[in-house]
Design a protein around this ligand. Structure first.
Ligand SMILES: Cc1ncc(COP(=O)(O)O)c(C=O)c1O
Length: 451
């Protein structure tokens, strides 16, 4: 047996963060109910990030817990390998087909959003290979995208700094300009700029070897970028014209987050492949899904071709039971309507904070909101400044995530107006006590604090 050199008291490696000094910084959550959580020191927080933008129905929902518990007693494990099936997985697949925003006939259940992206890329390449188009391997993506951290999903993610060090990455991936309003030239309307961005797909597709284009309908990690309708309409036209499959990643935007079941509905476009995870089961257990069209399914059926993909937890019964229960709760508690109403209220309260010079923009759709910050001299804030704002907000009892130059709020859809008030009041207290300049964030003395 190898001798242990050192006994680390915190041997748990976290995503992204350097692990130096993490032990002192870690907020160990020990309890949560609804939108509220408590840490190991007894500090209470409102979780305005909804876990990781996933806890649609709030923490500790008895109906979902009951469904998971019942399923654990009934059949605690199941696989879809070797032609075995299980009822919750089938019921969930049927439910997803029935509720998909456009006709999508098939469902493959995954263990995460990243895995769903991975599989979507495989399906797109396989589809064209089966159609005799072995040259069609290219995957186009947006240069402000976030699609996950596996090799394929990281490949099509722009917002991961270590991509270079992890390379070589997936071959034949091509980024195009995201319709980020921040980059819109002053003499061009945002709609025209977005259409120009979409046209970059055409430049790539004209060569003929682009298999698919993947995008988030609303770019979450980039700071809640909401493209105009015309953007996706142009994208769809290009996809149809050049035989490019459209993959929409609704991992963050699905299940009521944007005030509709799926964000795709805001744009009226029909993806060939739709990706889901996070809110699919309120984040209670790991689960994702890939929905794909009859046409893609038929290509595989005609060739009697299986799908070279599978993991021990695809179609796991308790994970699927949690999803079925989540769909019930969203319906029974009118959480889509709540997302619209509470989103509008949250937005109206945030608008009051525009008196502070650090706010450049507020973006929102349903309960997906971001506050974009700016420095004293008009320059964009740095990542460090956004991290410090996040920390300051946490010190005032609110958890949220940074997204580009902004703070992103994606609370549970059950958030109350009182909880929204607490979040906005905390943000206000932070904004009036800071100064953002030269890449720094200073706390100003009480007497100087902005009113
Ligand atoms: C749009 C989008 N796609 C994919 C992912 C990756 O999902 P997961 O973290 O479940 O792997 C995320 C995660 O934040 C996401 O926001």
């Amino acid at each position: 047996m190898p001798t242990k050199k050192k006994n680390l008291s915190y041997p748990l490696w976290h995503p992204y963060l350097p692990m130096n000094n993490i032990e002192e910084e870690v907020t160990m959550l020990v309890e949560g109910k609804g939108c509220r959580v408590r840490d190991q020191h007894g500090n209470q927080y409102i979780d305005a990030g909804g876990g990781l933008w996933s806890i649609q129905c709030g923490l500790g929902h008895p109906y979902i817990i009951d469904a998971i518990t019942k399923q654990l007693h009934h059949l605690s494990y199941g696989t879809l390998f070797d032609s075995r099936g299980n009822e919750p997985a089938l019921l969930l697949a049927r439910a997803l087909v029935a509720m998909s925003p456009n006709p999508l006939e098939w469902v493959y259940l995954t263990g995460s959003g990243s895995e769903a992206v991975e599989l979507a890329i495989k399906i797109a390449r396989l589809h064209w290979a089966l159609k005799g188009r072995d040259d069609k391997k290219g995957i186009a993506y947006l240069d402000r995208s976030y699609h996950g951290t596996f090799f394929g999903s990281m490949g099509v993610t722009a917002l991961i700094e270590q991509k270079k060090e992890f390379g070589p990455l997936l071959p034949a991936i091509f980024s195009i300009t995201a319709p980020d309003p921040d980059r819109c030239p002053p003499d061009t309307s945002y709609v025209d700029f977005s259409i120009n961005c979409a046209r970059e797909l055409e430049k790539l597709a004209v060569e003929g070897n682009i298999a698919a284009f993947i995008a988030e309908p609303i770019l979450g990690a980039a700071g809640v970028i909401i493209p105009p309708k015309e953007y996706f309409q142009t994208i769809k036209e290009i996809c149809v014209k050049y035989d490019v499959l459209l993959i929409l990643d609704e991992v963050a935007t699905g299940f009521g987050r944007t005030g509709k079941w799926f964000a795709t509905e805001h744009f009226g476009i029909e993806p060939d492949i739709l990706l889901l995870a996070k809110g699919i089961n309120s984040g209670y257990l790991p689960l994702g899904a890939v929905l794909f069209s009859e046409q893609i399914g038929n290509t595989m059926l005609e060739e009697k071709c299986g799908l070279g993909h599978g993991s021990s937890h695809n179609g796991n019964p308790p994970c699927c039971a949690a999803a079925l229960a989540t769909i019930d709760v969203i319906r029974n508690e009118n959480l889509i309507e709540k997302s619209v109403e509470s989103g509008a209220y949250f937005r109206s309260r945030l608008e009051e904070l525009r008196v502070y010079p650090w706010i450049k923009e507020i973006r929102s759709i349903g309960l997906m909101l971001s506050v974009v910050f700016v420095q004293e001299d008009g320059r964009n804030v740095t990542q460090e400044q956004v991290d410090l704002l996040c920390k300051a907000l946490k010190n005032r009892g609110v958890l949220a995530y940074p997204g580009g130059a902004s703070l992103v709020f994606c609370p549970a859809l059950i958030i109350s107006t009182q909880e929204i008030d607490e979040v906005v009041d905390a943000l206000q207290a932070v904004l009036k006590s800071v100064r953002l300049h030269d890449g720094e964030m200073d706390f100003v003395a009480k007497a100087e604090a902005l009113t």
